[in-house]
Write a protein that binds this ligand. Structure first.
Ligand SMILES: NC(=O)c1ccc[n+]([C@@H]2O[C@H](COP(=O)([O-])OP(=O)(O)OC[C@H]3O[C@@H](n4cnc5c(N)ncnc54)[C@H](OP(=O)(O)O)[C@@H]3O)[C@@H](O)[C@H]2O)c1
Length: 284
């Protein structure tokens, strides 16, 4: 178990409170502020974004957060997660830092933009969007992120799109401040990261999933999942999300539909039994 479970929030050993379901903000462009405001109003308290203008409107997230805080929500009630994206992940015309600067400087510049965009003094979680092809570069970025934690800019750091156990282990061993999050695509091609997830469990790293619904239509259509959905009076998507939260995965949902937002949050209203969990695990 990565942490103590309290309702629908994970209380991590480092003091961070991470909701067990996060609202993802990719690809929402000019609708970002509206959708994030709606998600917060409906009950989401964890927001995932990135300083990557190609896919995310981080300033739109910031506008929504400012609005929610103005409406009486306390900053400590929100879990805000953003990412530093290495140069290769950017549209070359819209890189939010000097691409010719050192990697450490790129991290600093990107993070300064994130704080401005998000209109906050700190983020709860800062992720390296992907490892670099060269381990030394990953470690250089990580050292800069550790510095941000030291200064109180981020409460924890993590990594995304890391599909190699060797790479994650190397980062873990090289780091002074250990990764607290692994955010990965959850799909059959990587065997659902079974080995990585076991490593995460042992090292108290929270595994966050994306592509959870889009990459798994076969799971949603599977008879086991459909029968469980009928039994619990829920949708197959709710059963899959609920299953993941019960095996210590924190899924992201980036739905643009208010009905789906409500359905996604309602997964905490029911629980799968041990036998049902085992039946779904057998499908992965
Ligand atoms: N680290 C990375 O590299 C990375 C990469 C991709 C994504 N992410 C993060 O993960 C978040 C989620 O992205 P995603 O790729 O998993 O997909 P997603 O954006 O959540 O898309 C889910 C799709 O499933 C549909 N859907 C149907 N029923 C649903 C239900 N009950 N709940 C939610 N969606 C339902 C949605 O349609 P409706 O809109 O009509 O509901 C949407 O088309 C992103 O916003 C981003 O924050 C991170």
């Amino acid at each position: 178990m990565a942490a103590t479970v309290e309702h629908n929030v994970l209380s991590l050993a480092n003091g961070v409170r991470m909701p067990r379901l996060l609202y993802g903000t990719a690809w929402k462009k000019e609708r970002t502020e509206h959708l994030v405001r709606q998600a917060i109003r409906i009950g989401f308290r964890g927001i995932d974004t990135a300083c990557q203008p190609k896919h995310y409107n981080e300033a739109g997230v910031g506008a929504a957060v400012m609005h929610a805080l103005g409406d009486g929500l306390h900053r400590s009630e929100l879990f805000l997660q953003t990412k530093f994206t290495p140069r290769s992940g950017h549209d070359p015309k819209r890189i939010p830092y000097d691409p010719d600067a050192s990697i450490a400087t790129q991290v600093e510049q990107s993070f300064a933009v994130s704080l401005r965009n998000l209109r906050t003094a700190y983020v709860d979680s800062l992720l390296l969007h992907s490892p670099y092809p060269r381990e030394a570069h990953t470690v250089e970025a990580w050292r800069a992120m550790e510095g941000i934690v030291d200064r109180g800019g981020a409460k924890q750091i993590g990594i995304s799109n890391c599909y190699s156990l060797r790479t994650l282990r190397a980062l873990y061993d090289a780091s002074r401040i250990k990764p607290a999050v692994l955010q990965n695509r959850f799909y059959a091609e990587t065997d659902y990261d079974v080995a990585l997830r076991a490593f995460c469990r042992e090292r108290r790293i929270v595994y966050q999933s994306f592509w959870t619904l889009t990459a798994n239509p076969h799971l949603l259509a599977d008879e086991t999942v459909r029968l469980l959905a009928m039994k619990h009076g829920r949708t197959p998507a709710q059963v899959l999300f609920r299953y993941l939260t019960q095996v210590d995965v924190v899924p992201l949902t980036g739905t643009t539909s208010e009905a789906h937002m409500r359905e996604d949050l309602a997964i905490f209203e029911f629980e799968l039994t041990e036998t049902e969990i085992k039946a779904i695990s057998a499908l992965l």
